[in-house]
Write a protein that binds this ligand. Structure first.
Ligand code: ARG
Length: 281
């Protein structure tokens, strides 16, 4: 990985929470009896946009669509590499209506839009680049077979890891790359093999306690050397600072009611995935 690539992760897509609510339950965090406070959802969302801009990031917006309350969690929209957009194949019918809107937006944005994968795959929510490898979650929402199809069609280097805790149901709730050597890892989210694969892949991990993981601390984004997080324990903050990162905490409690944090609310636009043929293409 070259220095130039560390400047990636500055350009984000987000979707305003105009229609956000908890009207169905597709993960253990979602309780339809719990009301979302519309005003604070908007404030928290706007606060996140501001934080990203303050630390040098750029935010694009996709218009929200009525009756698609989870469209705010745009991380699940698809996987991006350069000017390629691979739309998600969502597990739940409640979210499947988001895909055509994302496809249209990315076409307009100038991307080549691929066919969705054969098999469930929930976008960047279940696929995060670490160095040359796309760490890809399966077992709860995405399906392992989807990654075989993606590899066959794109040549991307993919490391599928099985998720085992329904509360940590997407890989972006359990894993957060910090640079090409370091990442936040919630080991309890993965099966034995996945834990081992991540230990081999990440030379210098920051291991999260279950409490930190359940506070969605891994559901963070990294803009330059700033980690924008929904929550951060004192010991985690000290550890990140010791490693040279700055920490910005952006509480997004309204969105946690639907099982999403900072990372889920964003989709990184400036990523290029390695095809493993002579390094990066
Ligand atoms: N309610 C949404 C769902 O269950 C939350 C999505 C969280 N997104 C994420 N990237 N982890 O689909």
């Amino acid at each position: 990985m070259t220095t130039e690539e560390f400047t990636r992760g500055r350009h984000y897509l987000m979707c305003p929470p105009d229609y956000f609510e908890v009207s169905y339950s597709i993960n253990p965090w979602m309780d339809t009896d719990v009301a979302v406070n519309e005003q604070s959802a908007h404030e928290q969302w706007r606060g996140l946009v501001e934080s990203i801009r303050e630390v040098g990031g750029l935010v694009e917006q996709i218009p929200p669509v009525p009756q698609l309350p989870d469209m705010v969690f745009v991380a699940n929209g698809g996987i991006i590499s350069g000017d390629l957009f691979l739309p998600a194949a969502m597990r739940h019918p409640e979210r499947q209506g988001e895909t055509p809107h994302l496809q249209a937006w990315f076409e307009e944005f100038g991307c080549k839009v691929l066919d969705p994968p054969a098999g469930v795959q929930e976008g960047a929510g279940d696929a995060l680049a670490f160095g040359d490898v796309l760490v890809a979650g399966y077992g709860i929402r995405s399906e392992r077979a989807a990654y075989d199809d993606i590899v066959a069609r794109t040549g991307w280097q993919i490391l599928p890891v099985r998720l085992v805790d329904p509360r940590l149901y997407h890989v972006d709730i359990a894993f957060c790359p910090l640079d090409d050597r370091q990442a936040l890892v919630a080991p309890d989210a993965f099966d034995h093999e996945g834990r081992r694969a991540l230990a081999d892949l990440v030379p210098d991990p920051v291991l999260l306690t279950m409490e930190e993981a359940l506070a969605f601390s891994a559901n963070s984004i990294v803009v330059g050397h700033v980690v924008v997080m929904p929550a951060c324990s004192a010991r985690l903050e000290a550890e990140l600072r010791r490693r040279g990162f700055e920490v910005v905490v952006r509480p997004v409690g309204e969105f946690l009611k639907a099982g999403g944090g900072v990372r889920c609310l964003t989709l990184v636009l400036d990523t290029v995935l390695s095809t493993g043929v002579g390094g990066h293409d």
